[in-house]
Design a protein around this ligand. Structure first.
Ligand code: ACM
Length: 261
């Protein structure tokens, strides 16, 4: 199975230009799963709730329509971030799209920094989607800080974690090695590059998007300052084997009677 990411450099507020960047990066690309960054079409550093709301869409909005096109063009399931509006709430969400159909959204459950001012925290359960022959789970960026997210998805049979991100701290790429190793799952972390100086925020996004293997090996890693498209071939069924040696199964060996989780 071919899985990959694109690492983009979005221009704040310029949806059409950001779509065009993705379209041109994905020209002639064919894969089974492609992950795009968090909030790839809008940029990240909103300065007010009103501004964030002005970019919000439902699952029939422009971003959904664009991702349907991209899923048809590449043959891939697409997981990509957007500002989701439902009723009076907006969420930092990802669309999950396959073959021109919107399958679901995931709403980020651990909001980072000022995201707490504009977004409502995710209110949907963590869920594994069977797409293109693989069991795919989704988390967004700062969810990495909470190992329970990956664990919960892994216990539901997830083989690949799709992880749209806008990373600004230097820890996540290293942490994903542990997340994958301790759960024996693959992860595709799609990050962005560039800077956003807006209001009193000054963000430099760290790039270095990464595909991590079930043994914590880094299967692919991008530069910190260039856009890229990266695809690797993996055998997803390896994620079903939780044995790290003849005696240790990282799922069954958990002594849940000692945990208060
Ligand atoms: C983040 O969650 N975008 C750091």
């Amino acid at each position: 199975m071919k899985v990959g990411y694109i690492q983009t450099s979005p221009i704040f507020g310029e949806k059409e230009q950001n779509f065009e960047e993705v379209r041109s990066l994905l020209k002639d690309v064919h894969a089974d799963l492609l992950v795009l960054p968090e909030l790839f079409a809008t940029g990240y550093a909103f300065t007010s709730t009103e501004e964030a709301v002005s970019f919000a869409e439902d699952v029939e909005g422009k971003t959904a329509v664009f991702l349907k096109e991209i899923s048809k063009m590449t043959g891939a399931a697409i997981v990509a971030g957007f500002v989701e509006k439902e009723g009076d709430h907006i969420y930092n969400s990802s669309l999950i799209v396959s073959d021109g159909i919107i399958l679901d959204t995931y709403r980020k459950i651990h909001l980072f920094n000022k995201e707490k001012l504009w977004f409502s925290p995710g209110d949907k359960p963590l869920k594994v989607h069977e797409i293109n022959g693989a069991k795919i789970g989704v988390m967004i960026c700062f969810d990495w800080m909470f190992p329970e997210v990956t664990r919960t998805l892994a216990l539901q049979g997830m083989q690949i974690l799709a992880h749209p991100s806008n990373l600004v701290m230097p820890y996540c790429q290293k942490a994903m090695v542990t997340r994958c190793l301790e759960n024996r799952v693959f992860a595709v972390t799609s990050n962005r590059i560039g800077t956003e100086y807006r209001g009193d925020d000054n963000f430099t996004f760290t790039g270095a998007s990464q595909i991590t293997g079930i043994d914590g090996s880094v299967l692919a890693s991008s530069p910190t300052d260039q856009t890229s498209v990266t695809i690797v071939e993996i055998d997803v069924s390896l994620a079903d084997n939780k044995m790290i040696n003849e005696y240790n199964d990282v799922s069954k060996d958990r002594r849940t009677e000692f945990f208060h989780l």
